[in-house]
Design a protein around this ligand. Structure first.
Ligand code: ADP
Ligand code: ZN
Ligand code: ZN
Length: 729
């Protein structure tokens, strides 16, 4: 019989799995177990990704694994399959892909047990000493007496006496006291009465009725903002809990608010755990273990939560499925949404993709019948859709970014006791610092980009590489006078303060929310009604609920109208609909006012007259005519180097290689410089692959990557492959 070969995912340089012999003796290894293996002169921990009976490694070089760590596999077979699939599909080293599925502590080999703590108890010898009144030192006596009544942890001992640590040390030396590790019981949901949800409307009910556990399809829940999508998730989760099943809910980074989490906790009779990048190692491990042993009925997390091991998977929900943060844009570049669909299929469970502005890919999948579409066309609780008005910037010139009609609308809504939301997707004071003498703008020395004026911090900042300098007083070229041109949120804040000195203004952007927890503090001011003007960037558009906002102001609709990416129109429409959706959510109807230089622009007109659905229909027809995704498939080889020559040497060779191995059916474009050719002092360029059918693209990519990894040129430039890129540049 052939020996068992373990194919191990290790965080190590090679793009492949590493083969080892099973450790001698012991039970048969299983896929998904962690294993420690010799690696070079040290030892590493990896995960068994596959088993085999043969290996290309020569017998004399094949080493035996040291030890299987888990008696029961840490990752179940469908999850291991998903990870193997993802490594192949995204052309990424399996070691790093598997690492993404585990918290650091477990990656390092920590036993997969629940939380534990140190405790102390009295020994028989200690009891005897106490009975014989043999302890003279008062603190030791006090501690021993306390332990006589039962075991104590450090907190309990600290309550006995401040000097407990020294006393316990002495008592341990005399073996009157023993220290041990106690496993902590699981944290169960507090035993408080749960809130009940509203009665579902007919559309919601229909969605709940259709998405039964047995109906393991991918569902598109296409519901306008405030239509009650979250209510639908909650009902379906309840059903899953009744059946003893778990639900995984993935939300955009900025959408994972304490507000959302408490809404789930107030309603569901289960442990709800949260997974996001701000957890410390212990918290993450605990949440992971609660999910994998089935303690948690609901797991809410950001994109990486898609890899959480589940004990009884029943349902996967991707909320705001169009959101760009569901795609990881560095390192292991995966789409949590697309992986959710793959995972759901492997598990044969339903997957729900929810959005008011579904991505064009998802819409095309629904039209093609691969996903089933459910609509929630009206707002729940009776709120109506806001009325939309355009302001022509040619006719009404703006001062500090604000036109007269806009200022009047703000004033009107404030005096009617409404709240106002002002949207401008540009942070800082002004995007350019312009010299009126030589007509140049102050630029970043390391990027092809202008420095942005940050007045409050008195800095000129590059938003691409993070470079910061003191605000120059005169033009660095000609010593002429410098003018800050254009508006960012900081400048609007100043202007609004001058116009409405009575009002408290909350500004929400990356600058005003650097501190942990500050987003929540800001939002609380608005929700509590202490502030009535909310100003900010795209951060505002993500799923927050502001029931008293009656007016939404879009200061610059033109930002996305002339984008270079084929997706800029789609993004513009999504932002636009999402931000408009913040108006008039509860029982108050809302208004949206938009400033634009191009009120007749066909994209704006389509969006206003036909809504998102009509806009998407036209947009998809255009994509089809021009063969962009979803009517073709893309992959991008991005590269950068501090030397332009090296960069193009690498990419030219890569291009030649791609031409050579192209099985046919893949268009190869480039190398072409990135639109921002220099960033952080490095030159950037790329090669784009476009194919009508995925298999041809995948075949080329797999062989291309292998050749590139082996090529000595590839060490000269930093490069990466992005499959299904969401930004082309
Ligand atoms: P979405 O997730 O689509 O934005 P939510 O589920 O958050 O929508 O619902 C928006 C608001 O409407 C919430 O305040 C919610 O409590 C309320 N709501 C949802 N469904 C109903 C319903 N059937 N009846 C009354 N109010 C509802
Ligand atoms: Zn100048
Ligand atoms: Zn820069």
């Amino acid at each position: 019989m052939n020996p068992t070969i373990l194919r191990v995912a290790l965080k190590a340089p090679l793009h492949e799995l590493y083969d080892y012999l099973a450790p001698p003796g012991g039970p048969e290894p299983v896929v998904g177990q962690r294993v420690s293996v010799p690696f070079g002169r040290s030892e590493r921990i990896g995960i068994i990704a596959a088993l085999a009976t043969t290996t290309p490694i020569a017998p004399e070089r094949l080493k035996a694994a040291k030890q299987i760590i888990d008696p029961v596999p840490l990752l179940d077979r469908p999850l291991v399959e998903l990870l193997n699939w993802a490594a192949a599909y995204y052309q990424h080293p399996p070691g790093e892909v598997f690492a993404a599925a585990l918290p650091v502590a477990l990656r390092k080999g920590q036993e997969a047990l629940g939380a534990s703590e140190a405790r102390w108890r009295i020994t028989d010898k200690g009891t005897a000493a106490l009975d014989a009144a043999a302890i003279k030192a008062p603190v030791q006596k006090q501690v021993l007496q306390a332990l006589h009544s039962g075991e104590h942890n450090s907190t309990a001992l600290a309550a006995v006496h401040d000097g407990w640590q020294r006393a316990v040390r002495e008592l341990q030396k005399k073996t009157f006291v023993a220290k041990f590790t106690a496993e902590l019981p699981k944290v169960l949901p507090p035993d408080v009465p749960l809130k009940t949800g509203p009665q579902l409307n007919a559309d919601q009910q229909q969605a709940v009725d259709q998405i039964t556990p047995a109906n393991s399809k991918t569902w598109l829940l296409d519901g306008v903002t405030g239509s009650g999508k979250t209510e639908v998730y909650l009902r379906l989760i309840e059903q899953q809990l009744d059946a003893g099943k778990q639900t995984l809910v993935v939300v955009p980074e900025i959408g994972l608010t304490p507000q959302l989490v408490s809404r789930f906790r107030e309603r569901l009779a289960t442990t709800v755990v949260v997974m996001h990048s701000n957890l410390n190692d212990t918290e993450r491990t605990q949440a992971w273990l609660d999910a994998s042993d089935g303690t948690a009925g609901v797991i809410i997390g950001t994109r990486s939560a898609i890899f959480t091991a589940l004990n009884q998977p029943g349902l996967i929900v991707i909320d705001e499925e169009h959101d760009a943060s569901l795609k990881q844009q560095e390192g292991f570049r995966y789409s949590a949404r697309d992986l959710a669909v793959v995972r759901g299929k492997k598990l044969r469970i339903p997957v729900i993709l929810g959005s008011a502005t579904p991505s064009f890919e998802t819409l095309a999948n629904a039209t093609a019948g691969r996903y089933e579409r459910l609509r929630l066309p009206i707002r729940a609780g009776g709120a109506s859709q806001p009325e939309v008005n355009l302001i022509d910037l040619q006719r009404y010139p703006a001062t500090d970014g604000l036109t007269r009609p806009m200022i009047d609308a703000i004033g009107r809504h404030l005096s009617n006791n409404g709240q106002v939301l002002i949207y401008l997707n540009r942070r800082g004071f002004a995007p350019t610092l312009f010299c009126s003498s030589c007509c140049s703008c102050v630029e970043c020395r390391r990027c092809d980009a202008r420095l942005v004026v940050h007045q409050q911090r008195k800095l000129a900042v590059c938003h691409h590489c993070g470079f910061e300098s003191r605000l120059p007083e005169v033009c660095p070229e000609c010593s002429g006078e410098l003018l800050p041109l254009g508006q960012g949120t900081e400048r609007i804040e100043t202007a609004i303060k001058n116009l409405f000195p009575e009002e408290t203004i909350v500004r929400l952007d990356r600058d005003s929310t650097r501190r942990k927890g500050s987003i929540e503090q800001h939002l609380e001011l608005i929700r509590g009604g202490h502030a009535r003007i909310l100003l900010g960037t795209q951060m505002l558009t993500k799923g927050h609920d502001f029931p008293n906002v009656t007016l939404v102001c879009v200061l610059d609709a033109d930002q996305g109208l002339f984008g270079t990416d084929f997706r800029s129109g789609e993004r513009l429409a999504q932002n636009f609909i999402q931000v408009s959706g913040r108006a008039g959510r509860a029982d108050r109807s809302g208004e949206v006012w938009i400033q634009t230089l191009y009120p007749e622009h066909p994209q704006l007109q389509t969006l206003l007259n036909k809504g998102y659905a009509g806009y998407a229909e036209e947009g998809l027809a255009e994509r089809q005519a021009t063969a962009w995704p979803p009517y073709s498939h893309l992959a991008l080889l991005r590269a950068e180097s501090s030397s332009k020559d090296t960069l193009y040497e690498f990419l030219t060779a890569a291009r030649a290689l791609a031409d050579q191995i192209n099985p046919g059916g893949v268009r190869i474009l480039g190398p072409a410089s990135a639109p921002m050719e220099r960033r952080s002092g490095r030159w950037r360029a790329q090669i784009l692959l476009q194919a009508e059918h995925r298999p041809a693209l995948q075949a080329l990519l797999t062989s291309w990557r292998q050749h590139l990894v082996e090529s000595p040129l590839s060490r000269k430039a930093r490069w990466s492959i992005d499959v299904d890129p969401i930004e082309l540049f």
